[in-house]
Design a protein around this ligand. Structure first.
Ligand code: ZN
Length: 242
């Protein structure tokens, strides 16, 4: 049997069993294992580990743990993404979060019914950050850019994602279709185009609004109506919370 001492920073203790959240503790296990396997057996997804030391020296997650090691684990520090890097793929249960990210202009790939393998493969092949609450999915070695979303509330989830990836400065509303994630662009409001809009915009809106946006994929039309006020509230709350 191997016994190691674990010193885990506060924000990572969320993933531990309640009984282990109090402070440093000893952990005993049979057989050799890597640091990655050890932290995941404790419930901490490897993608949530920002840094580790073993007996005071920096260690990779591939490090093979030895009996008597003192292991310290730190969470990921917030990172700043460039706009082109802020691309996500979301687990099936995060539909509301996907819609909120799209509201703020981020490329948020989400479809119902996808299995874990497809999600992990999409993240790896398209360079998308995987967002999920499923720790089993995050254990896959293919998954290297990911975040375990902790809250069950979509507004709180949005605030967590904004904080982790410093998204505040690159929020750009009216860039992504909330329904399909396609890019949206301003509509040229010439007479012919306005005739076409009559099919998808209520007459009461056409009477006062002369600025429209349209999804290039599903053709859904957007305008700055009452939902725009709600959008602004979400943006403000998200940025203030970060
Ligand atoms: Zn669309």
């Amino acid at each position: 049997m191997y016994t190691v001492r674990l010193e885990i920073e506060d924000s990572l203790r969320f993933f531990l069993d309640q009984a282990l959240r109090g402070g440093p503790f000893d952990f005993t296990f049979p057989g050799k294992r890597s640091l990655k396997d050890l932290v995941e057996s404790l419930g901490i997804p490897h993608v949530e580990i920002g840094g580790a030391t073993v007996n005071g020296s920096p260690a990779q997650l591939s490090h093979i743990v030895a009996h008597g090691d003192v292991i310290a684990l730190a969470p990921c520090a917030p990172v700043s993404l460039r706009p082109e890097e802020a691309r996500f793929v979301l687990d099936v249960h995060l539909r509301k979060l996907a819609r909120r990210l799209r509201l703020l202009g981020f490329d948020a790939n989400h479809r119902e019914g996808r299995d874990d393998e497809t999600l992990a493969a999409t993240s790896a092949s398209e360079g998308r950050i995987l967002l999920t609450r499923d720790r089993g999915l995050l254990k896959r070695r293919m998954v290297t850019r990911a975040m375990c979303v902790r809250s069950t509330n979509s507004d709180a989830q949005l605030a967590q994602v904004i904080a982790r990836f410093s998204l505040g400065p690159i929020i750009a509303p009216f860039r992504r279709c909330i329904e399909c994630n396609g890019p949206i662009a301003p509509v040229e409001c010439g007479p012919a185009r306005m005739d076409a809009l009559r099919e998808s915009v209520p007459p009461g809106v056409l009477s006062w609004c002369d600025e429209y946006f349209e999804c290039s994929a599903c053709r859904k039309v957007y305008w700055k109506g009452s939902h725009y006020e709600k959008l602004l509230r979400i943006v403000r709350a998200a940025v203030e919370d970060r």
